[in-house]
Ligand binder design. Sequence first.
Ligand SMILES: [Zn+2]
Length: 397
Amino acid sequence: MTSVRLDGIGELVTNDPRAGIGSLGVVLDASLVVADGAVVYAGPQRTAPAADRLVDVGGRAVLPGFVDSHAHLVFAGDRAVEFAARMAGRRYETGGIGTTVAATRAAPDELLRANLARLVAEALRQGTTTIECKSGYGLTVADEERSLRIARELTPETTFLGAHVVPPGTDPDSYVDVVCGPMLRACAPHARWADVFCDDGAFDADRTRVILAAAAGAGLGLRLHANQLGPGPGVQLAVEHGAASADHCTYLSDADVDALAASGTVATLLPGAEFATRSPYPDARRLVDAGATIALATDCNPGSSFTTSMALCIALAVREMGLTPAEAVWAATAGGARALRRDDIGRLREGTRADFVVLDAPTHMYLAYRPGVPQVAEVWHGGRRVVPHWSGAAPVR
Ligand SMILES: [Zn+2]
C-alpha cells in the first residue's frame, strides 16, 4: 500500500462540520492523506501523519469531487438546431425527446458506448467523480435494457427511466403496462434506481404512482422528475413514496416546500435546464430557508441541458437562485451524495473515497466568483490522480 500526502492545501473543504469551519468544514493550511483509494487523514497539516509520497499543492483549494446525481448520457444525435430555434422564441416541449429516441434506437451499441464514455470523461475532467445516468431514450424493452447495460459499464448509479415520455402513437395505459412488466424485468438487473417524468406532456399522478410502486416492488430506489414545467403532484408523490430525490422543483407550492423539508427526500435543482430553456430558475433560497436538503446536478441531456459542468451549475445557483458560494458547493458535493444515499462520497474524512478536486484557486468561492473559467487543476478518483496538473504559478490571495 502506497500512501500519498497532499500538503500546502490553502483551504480544504471536508463537508464535515466537526472537522472545520462552517457547514463546509473548512480547514486552512491543511493536509490530505490517502491510501488504498480512501482518505486516511483530512485536517491541519501540522498534525498530519507521514506518508510514502508527498505532493505540495502550493496553497490551492481542495474539495470533494462533484457528485452529479442527475444526467441522461446514453443517447445518439444532438439537438443544436432545436436549441437555436428555442433561443429564437420557440417554447420548450417534451416532444423534442422523440428526436433523440429515434437517433438512439438507430445507433449501434458501440456508438452509444463511445458517446457515453466521452461525456463521462468530459465530466471527470471538470471534477465530477460520481455521475448518475438514466435510460429513457430507448422506450422499448430492448432499447431500455441496452441503455442501462451500457451505462452500468461506466457508473454504478444507473436509473431506469422507461417512463420518460409515452412513445408517440402508443396508448398511455398500455405503455405503463409495458414499463411495469417486461421492461422493468429486463432493466432492473442493470439499475439501482427508477425515475418517472411526472409533468405535463409526460406522466400524470395516477400513472406515476403505478410505476413507482412497481419499481419499488422490483427492489429499485426511487427518484422523480417533478414540478419542472409547472405546478403539479410530483413533489408530493416523491415524498409519499420515500424517493431519494425530487428533481427540478422549479414550481413549488408552500405545501411542496414543507413536505420536502419534513422528509428525507432531497430537492435536486438543475439550473442548466432553466438556462438552456430560458425558463425561471427554482428558488433554492426558499428551500434552504425552509430546512430542505438540496443538491445541484447538471441534467446533462441533448435537449434541455447539454452541459456536464457542475461549476456552471454552482455559478448559476449563486447568481440566479439565491445561494451563497458555500451552500452551492455543498449542494454540488455532499448534497449530490445525499440524493444518491451515499455516505462514502461528497465528503473528505477518514474512510471516505479519495475522490477530490484540486482547484487552481485559493478558495471554493472562486467557482462562482470566476464563472466560465477552467479552474479544476487536478482530479483524484479512488486515490489516483486521473487529471493532472496545474501549470504556472500558484494562486495568490
Ligand atoms: Zn432529467
